[in-house]
Design a binder for this molecule. Structure first.
Ligand SMILES: [Fe+2]
Length: 443
């Protein structure tokens, strides 16, 4: 069976018939839309087609989204059951190798294999979507942009996925600091499909990074019906809106937004959402805002989903929650587990050694009011924090921790240097201005 024009590839698909190809197209579509039913749609690809190789590989990739170890064990089980079916073509073999790399914790290797695949098969939407997510997980801004930029010239603008590619490209441009081009590209993507929540998210980032607070809040409000439900980015986009509210000094509105959407709910918890909860409360913690009992369920939530180290970006946010909740002993234990990590997850080992451990240690030190230690831990790695993954906006929580610690440690010269650095990048940032006025006040 050959894939349809929708999937935009001429390669044969092992184990698929016309019905399976249609289901595969639907799964790719759900993935690009970050739809809440994406898991069910991928399962449907193999329900009546147990030999559909790319269906199984897609199911395995999807489990990587969670960034939690148990899902990776499940993904490896899917790939083990699949084995090495005879007759795979080059593209399928490449996908299978990338999926194994991904699910065994070699995120960098998987990202590289998918980039090589995309160079040969630039129309393969699955390779681009999974590769783009991996670039986000490893904090590779340049590849967030260029993985998509390399493929775009090969695409017909009338293809139903073209707009989604623009949305991904917009995020890559934004992470590389090309805010105007990112915004224009994201808005073009939204013309293709107003419910492209990844494109919308990219535009939200451009507002955040330039502190265009009012314009950003208007943008999110006007398009609320397009992003607020039906997709797995709803919590994260609410978090972005809350960051803009924070920039606008609307603390009560930030807390209301947190309580309504971001706080862990009754249902199953997802690390991707818990990251947002921790990150928002941590910013408030740095600003000495009383958040009441809000930390406790976040800390408990992290404990319920994290076991052995797997993705240190999650551990950083779990440690924030434990420190915020006043559970310093548990926070220190989490750091100890990172020190002892002997898992085979090679990318995470590197991330942990290079930046994850010093960041987690610094968050504990902040909780223990050892502000000079925070500075000593974070200042030497401040240019490499991207190695823990995530976006510039997310990593600003770490940058703010260093800034705040420098002020509390009485390191006025360093704090002024940091303020100058931040002002140079974004002169409109109200947070930097506020911090600067505090430094001036104590000088
Ligand atoms: Fe974001």
């Amino acid at each position: 069976m050959t894939f349809s024009n929708h999937a935009n590839t001429r390669s044969p698909a092992t184990g698929a018939d016309a019905a399976a190809v249609e289901l595969y197209d639907a799964a790719i579509d759900a993935q690009l839309r970050v739809s809440t039913d994406v898991g069910e749609v991928w399962e449907a690809t193999v329900a009546d087609h147990p030999g559909f190789v790319l269906g199984h590989i897609g199911r395995a990739y999807l489990r990587g989204w969670s960034s939690e170890e148990p899902a990776f064990t499940e993904a490896r089980g899917i790939l083990a059951d699949l084995g090495e079916p005879p007759g795979l073509d080059d593209r399928e073999r490449r996908h299978l190798a990338a999926a194994w790399a991904y699910t065994t914790g070699d995120l960098l290797g998987a990202a590289e294999r998918l980039a090589a695949l995309s160079a040969v098969y630039p129309h393969d939407s699955l390779a681009l979507a999974v590769g783009h997510l991996l670039d986000f997980f490893v904090g590779d801004a340049v590849m967030l942009r260029d993985r998509i930029g390399r493929a775009l010239p090969h695409w017909d603008r009338s293809h139903p996925h073209y707009g989604f590619l623009l949305g991904m490209y917009a995020f890559g441009l934004e992470e590389c600091g090309a805010y105007q081009e990112a915004e224009e590209t994201g808005m073009r993507a939204l013309e293709h499909d107003a419910r492209d929540v990844w494109a919308l998210h990219a535009v939200a980032h451009t507002h955040e990074m330039q502190s265009r607070v009012r314009a950003g809040l208007d943008f999110m409000a006007e398009r609320r019906a397009d992003w607020e439900d039906g997709n797995l980015l709803a919590v994260h986009n609410t978090w972005h809106e809350a960051l803009l509210l924070l920039g606008d000094g609307q603390i009560e509105a930030v807390l209301a937004s947190y309580d309504r959407v971001v706080a862990p709910g009754e249902g199953p918890l997802a690390a991707l959402d818990m990251v947002d909860a921790s990150a928002l409360l941590w910013r408030l913690h740095l600003d000495r805002v009383d958040v009441g009992e809000r930390w406790q369920p976040v800390a408990q939530g992290w404990e319920s989903i994290l076991d052995e180290p797997w993705y240190v970006f999650n551990d950083v946010h779990a440690v924030m929650a434990l420190v915020g909740a006043g559970r310093l002993g548990d926070a220190r234990n989490r750091v100890e587990r990172l020190v002892r990590d002997r898992s085979a997850a090679s990318t995470n080992i590197a991330m942990t050694t290079q930046v994850g451990l010093p960041i987690c240690s610094a968050i504990v030190a902040f909780g223990e009011r050892r502000y000079r230690d925070v500075v000593d831990l974070l200042h030497p790695i401040r240019r490499n924090v991207h190695l823990m993954g995530g976006s510039n906006a997310q990593r600003d929580a770490v940058a703010r921790t260093l800034f705040e610690a420098a002020i509390r440690a009485g390191e006025g010269d360093l704090a002024r240097a940091i303020a100058a650095e931040r002002t140079d990048i974004n002169s409109a940032d109200p947070y930097t201005r506020r911090q600067l006025s505090r430094i001036t006040a104590v000088a």
